[in-house]
Design a protein around this ligand. Structure first.
Ligand code: NAP
Length: 498
């Protein structure tokens, strides 16, 4: 102990909540920098996060796998440009084992509360089982898209057939020859509908708002190409870098000032609709009336052809009621169905819910975030020292790969934890710094396509955009390259004999 009462922590203990791409990135980052005293709490029964949960028919990545993988663990064996769900899940399991994370994962361990103890400078983590553990720092990697959302509609429990959310696919239900209602037309529906269209007798797609959909330039990777990627030094890295740069070059499309470019994009996307759909009424139904990029630009080469099939009906009003035999839509149309699949998305803006997080002076994170979550760099929140988020507010990746951003957040959290341990102090981002950062962020967002008015999960019900990062990935990497200690206030930990 030094004369000023500061106790450096030789080996900081870290709780990581969640073991999807983000939690695993954090665990590997800690381990690669010699921080071995960490525990990964995972509420599910294994590694993978959304890539474990979402196993619906057709589940695959809509970002090229050469970039939708860790930069330090490039994979040469993807069967196609956009890897499938089972491949991605296996990749994560392999990576966890290779980097020694697997033994540190506690599965079926849901964290229900995290409370900061100002006296010790530690976090008390409470599990659903009632067990409690203390840690010097917490990294929350619970994801934005992990809590399925099914609309609370009248009569939902009266439906006589099976009904389930896309992220909770019921494998015991055979859709062969059934009348199936798919509610929603987002990224999940766009993959599910083409995958089941040949199997079902009738398919009703309830598309409240159409999405802009680009071509998914997918292709199989031949065994020869995979061998080359495996054996030629630098080839997999070159492929990763080229794909990354190609995606990064799309950044201008998020800014309103580049709308002239968007005119060309709209023309191209409309041409795709005309080319893939023969029915002019259906073409009109699926054509959005908002700017492309305002919500997620989806990729599919088989969605429109599937909708154009004779046994598929596209309804353009939302669901207002569920009956024992189907749905009633907002325009009064009744849809008879044997099975309902809710592709209605996730509670994307309720970050870290439902974990009860208590910071300094007893403040409650979810109460403070009532009108929308805010953080500094999407990673730290004032009043919650040594708590870090992976994929926190305003860090959604729209133009490139989210994995890049997750790695940068893991790096930032690790650097802050190292400083905290070395100095024996906890770090708490200053409130004025966080506020100024968010004012700049919202100003920037006001100049982007994300605030141009459309449905989607980027914003809270009040319209505040809290999900996406309004800039390039390079800019985010720069902003998080070092921990600016002047942005933080510090507190001295008091070591308590336990
Ligand atoms: P989503 O994009 O949020 O789509 C939800 C859909 O449900 C929307 O079409 C929405 O309509 C509709 N909806 C909600 N309530 C409704 C109601 N009461 N009646 C009728 N329709 C209703 O959800 P998602 O498709 O699950 O995708 C969420 C995100 O997950 C994606 O954007 C993506 O980031 C991620 N994802 C990624 C992949 C991948 O390959 N990497 C695959 C799947 C999902 P409105 O638009 O009118 O609200």
């Amino acid at each position: 102990m030094s004369s000023n009462g500061i106790h450096p922590v030789i080996a900081p203990s870290v709780a990581i909540i969640g073991c999807g791409f983000g939690g695993l990135a954090a665990a590997i980052e800690l381990r690669r920098h010699g921080i071995d005293d960490y525990t990964v709490f995972e509420k599910g029964d294994g590694v993978g996060g959304v890539w474990r949960a979402n196993h619906y028919p057709g589940a695959a990545c809509d970002v090229p796998s050469s970039t939708y993988s860790y930069s330090f663990e490039l994979e040469s064996e993807w069967s196609q440009r956009f890897g499938t769900q089972d491949e991605i899940r296996a990749y994560l399991e392999r990576t966890a084992a290779k980097y020694g994370v697997t033994p540190k994962i506690r599965t079926n361990s849901e964290v229900v509360a995290a409370t900061f103890d100002e006296r010790t400078g530690q976090w008390l983590i409470e599990l659903a089982s009632g067990r409690q553990h203390r840690f010097d720092a917490v990294i929350c990697a619970t994801g934005q898209l992990s809590r399925p959302k099914v609309p609370d509609l009248p009569g939902r429990d009266t439906f006589q057939g099976p009904q389930f959310h896309s992220a909770e696919w019921d494998d015991s239900v055979d859709l062969t020859g059934k009348r199936v209602a798919v509610v929603g037309s987002g990224a999940s529906a766009v993959q599910i509908v083409p995958a089941i269209v040949d199997q079902v007798a009738a398919l009703h797609v309830v598309q409240r708002s159409p999405n802009w959909i680009g071509n998914k330039w997918n292709h199989k990777t031949s065994p020869g190409i995979r061998r080359l990627l495996r054996t030629v030094p630098g080839l997999a890295r070159a492929q990763h870098n080229l794909e990354w740069l190609w995606y990064e070059s799309r950044v201008p499309l998020i800014y309103n000032r580049f709308d002239p470019l968007r005119v060309g994009l709209h023309a191209w996307l409309r041409f795709k609709i005309r080319r893939e759909i023969s029915d002019p009424v259906l073409r009109r139904k699926v054509t959005p009336d908002y700017k492309a990029g305002c919500n997620r630009l989806l990729l599919s080469s088989d969605w429109y052809p599937a909708l154009d099939r004779p046994h598929v009906s596209v309804h353009t009003h939302g669901v207002s009621e569920v009956t024992p035999t189907g749905l009633v839509l907002a325009d009064g149309t009744t849809v008879e169905a044997d099975v309902i699949v809710w592709c209605t998305g996730f509670s994307a803006t309720e970050y870290l819910a439902p974990i009860d997080i208590t910071g300094r002076d007893g403040r409650k994170l979810h109460a403070e975030w009532k009108s929308g979550p805010e953080a500094y760099l999407g990673v730290t929140v004032s009043g919650y020292p040594n708590l870090f988020m992976i994929y926190g507010p305003n860090t959604g990746s729209l133009t490139n790969t989210i994995i890049f951003l997750l790695e940068k957040q893991a790096r930032y959290a690790r650097m802050a934890i190292e400083y905290s341990a070395r100095s024996g102090k906890w770090l708490d981002v200053r409130k004025n710094v966080q506020n100024e950062y968010n004012e700049r962020l919202q100003h920037r967002l006001s100049q982007t396509v994300f605030t141009s008015g459309c449905a989607g999960w980027y914003h809270t019900p009040d319209g505040k955009v809290v999900a996406v990062w309004p800039g390039s990935h390079i800019a985010y990497a720069r902003a998080t390259a070092r921990v600016d200690l002047s942005a933080y206030q510090t507190g001295i930990r008091e070591v308590v004999q336990q």
